[in-house]
Ligand binder design. Structure first.
Ligand code: PMP
Length: 418
């Protein structure tokens, strides 16, 4: 056994999944009289008690608007909201909390960058580069930008296994490229892209880099400082936090010079009818009353993840993914879609003669939650020539038993469809 394998084994065996599961009340629920097997965390993850409690206690004990009042509750809410920003900042290795803007989620983070930084940088005849494995939220905002500016959206292709083709990617980094945006971990395929290498290749040519980190943050340690990207987006709900909250990391030098995203309260320094002046970042990008309790809940989710050690989580999930891959590959008539070498816990699959939605519906009756559809990645489905796949996505609370239940559920599908 290699040294690396030994260290992964010892890391994953140190991970106590049963004690993790006990922290998630929803995981002990039954569905149709059967214990729930939740394999849809790539769509949205379940919440640990500490996250639920952090939101509830905000509303129960000290809720008020932030940054505005002089009274005690306003101070307590503001302190908790800013503490959450500090937690997110440390968790992702940002330079300082001012580089972390609270947004609704990854979708809003990318739209923010496209409509501010993007409009500043991308003009007629320029190009924006993405990859063939993007989620719609890392395609459509750039399409809108390119349409507005008369620019072109260029796509770096992937191989049949769902991996970026490096030479083709490099060829598309040209003088015309004004921005590179790519997914860190694909939600449809599980592919983990080489974020630091891709960033370095672009930045060598002076091209700024935006990373869609929605699926990375729940599964692996994120260190912006070593990736070196210009922007990185997160969704709270995928990392065991509340929905309706996320974070956008942006280099301070960019945030300082970008125009505001939305106008309103909180994002200004002074307002007259003739002219307004903007607040410093991150307030400049947080117009209106934010999702205060959501941000505090996201901070609690970060505390929860930190308490587990993300390196151990990644090792445990790698072991689970290997088990899941072997189990599904052994099922006759089942094809896995997305077989990259470097992969996170996503098992997208097809079964001969059975529509993905039927797979999802039959599994549901067995108490097993999977996603069936195009996973907001229609171009990925087009690439494989399918309309939809069934997707079992793994998270730190899943077990080998969950995968055995999935395999047994797939056995039932065979009974129905022959
Ligand atoms: N990118 C990826 C890779 C995703 O999986 C998702 C969510 N499915 C998003 C972006 C969008 O995230 P949100 O809906 O939280 O804005």
């Amino acid at each position: 056994m290699t040294t690396a394998a030994t260290s992964v084994d010892s890391e994953s065996s140190a991970f106590d999944v049963e004690s993790v599961r006990r922290q998630f009340p929803a995981l002990s629920r039954e569905v149709y009289g059967k214990p729930l097997v939740y394999l849809d965390s790539a769509a949205s993850a379940q919440k640990p008690e500490v996250v639920i409690e952090a939101e509830l206690s905000c509303y129960r004990e000290y809720y008020a608007n932030v940054h505005r009042g002089v009274h005690r509750f306003a101070q307590l809410s503001t302190d908790a909201y800013e503490a959450a920003r500090q937690k997110v900042s440390t968790f992702i290795g940002a330079g300082c909390p001012r580089e972390v803007v609270f947004v609704r989620g990854t979708t809003e983070g990318i739209n923010l960058v496209a409509s501010t930084f993007g409009r500043q940088r991308v003009g007629a005849g320029d190009e924006v580069l993405i990859t063939a494995m993007e989620h719609h939220s890392n395609i459509v905002p750039w399409q809108l930008l390119c349409e507005q500016q008369g620019a072109k959206l260029v796509v770096a292709p992937m191989s049949q296994s769902g991996e970026l083709i490096w030479d083709e990617f490099e060829k598309r980094l040209t003088k015309k490229t004004k921005l590179l945006s790519f997914v860190h971990v694909s939600n449809a395929l599980g592919t983990i892209n080489p974020a630091a290498e891709m960033t370095a290749a672009a930045q060598e040519q002076g091209i700024p880099v935006v990373i869609d980190g929605a699926q990375a943050a729940p599964h692996m340690p994120i260190d912006i400082a070593s990736i070196g990207c210009d922007f990185y987006t997160l969704s709270g709900h995928k990392m065991f936090g509340p929905s309706g909250i996320g974070a956008l990391y942006g280099k301070l030098e960019h945030l300082n010079t970008m125009p505001p995203y939305q106008g309103g309260g909180e994002m200004i320094r002074t307002v007259t009818f003739e002219k307004s002046e903007w607040a410093e970042p991150p307030a400049k990008f947080e117009a209106g009353t934010p999702n205060i309790a959501g941000a505090i809940g996201m901070g609690a989710a970060v505390d929860f993840l930190k308490s587990l050690d993300m390196a151990q989580v990644a090792a445990y999930e790698a072991e689970l993914l290997e088990y899941g891959t072997q189990t599904l590959e052994a099922i006759p008539g089942l094809t896995l879609i997305g077989t990259a070498q470097n992969k996170a816990g996503v098992l997208s699959f097809l079964i001969d003669g059975v529509h993905a939605h039927d797979i999802g519906t039959i599994l549901d009756r067995e108490g097993i939650a999977v996603r069936a559809g195009h996973h907001c990645a229609q171009p990925v489905m087009d690439f494989y020539g399918v309309a939809a796949t069934a997707r079992a996505s793994l998270a730190l609370y899943n077990t080998k038993d969950d995968i055995d239940r999935l395999a047994a559920g797939i056995g039932k599908i065979r009974e129905v469809f022959g």
